[in-house]
Ligand binder design. Structure first.
Ligand SMILES: Nc1nc2c(ncn2[C@@H]2O[C@H](COP(=O)(O)OP(=O)(O)OP(=O)(O)O)[C@@H](O)[C@H]2O)c(=O)[nH]1
Ligand SMILES: [Mg+2]
Length: 230
């Protein structure tokens, strides 16, 4: 469901002020909707404790930053991730600037093992160039995120994800009442989005770009095969 229409037209994205689109993915209950609300600064997505899954369909909401930057946030359900995420590329007309893969510090070391291969199956292996890891439960963590994620403690699947994402990670405390903390965690995330955008030459992830990448991968595979044959 898009709610873009309730916003003032004067705040629409323009070529000189393009909007940025972030997509939240991750297992049920990891706090995707809560992170979305923290980014937006309001309770736009339903977020609550429920084992069956709270969010059933993609929902797109937007916020206009003080500097005029428009941020679109797309929340997704944990189930049927393939179907819903490919729907996201349709909802996100201007492409996806970053995919936020959400884990909870409560049980980040269990499960979620398939999430990376799932994402890579849908979007190709290059999708990691667009991924940022968000940990929720900052209030419950008794050590720093770095200490929590030492290679010795961290399971191999998570180490691999972090490595592929160039260690782009941020900790969120979605329960905090501290305004400074609220602002700082969102700023840290948006700085990572900026970095991702730069590293991808400001090219957001689109279905067309995905197809281009597939062609490139095929071509380089063919060249390699040729070289090996010679
Ligand atoms: N203590 C604490 N609880 C959190 C935090 N973030 C999320 N939660 C709680 O985790 C539970 C699940 O959060 P949701 O945002 O609904 O999770 P979700 O990933 O959107 O879940 P689905 O929509 O079911 O896939 C809720 O009870 C949240 O209040 C956090 O930073 N700290
Ligand atoms: Mg949700």
């Amino acid at each position: 469901m898009e709610t873009d229409l309730i916003y003032d037209d004067s705040k629409s994205a323009t070529p000189s002020n393009p909007s940025q689109t972030l997509v939240l993915v991750g297992r049920t209950g990891n706090g995707k909707s809560a992170v979305g609300n923290s980014i937006l600064g309001r309770k736009a997505f339903m977020s609550k404790l429920c084992s069956r899954g709270v969010t059933n369909t993609c929902q797109s909401e937007r916020v206009v930053q003080d500097d005029g930057q428009i941020i679109n946030v797309i929340d997704t359900p944990a189930d049927s991730i393939e179907k819903e995420i490919s729907r996201c590329t349709t909802i996100a007309k201007n492409g996806i600037h970053a995919i936020l893969l959400v884990f909870s510090v409560r049980d980040a070391f269990r499960g979620d093992k398939e999430v990376l291969s799932h994402l890579q199956t849908i979007f190709g292996s290059k999708i990691t160039n667009y991924m940022i890891i968000v940990f929720t439960g900052g209030d419950e963590l008794e050590e720093t995120l770095e200490d929590y994620l030492t290679p010795q403690e961290c399971p191999p699947f998570l180490n691999e994800i972090l490595e592929l994402c160039d260690n782009r990670l941020v900790l969120f405390d979605n329960k905090t009442k501290d305004n400074l903390k609220k602002v700082e965690q969102v700023e840290k995330l948006l700085a990572l989005v900026e970095l991702v955008s730069k590293q991808n030459n400001s090219k957001p992830y689109t279905k067309e770009y995905f197809n281009e990448l597939q062609v490139e991968i095929k071509e380089s595979e063919l060249t390699l095969e040729k070289q090996l044959a010679e």
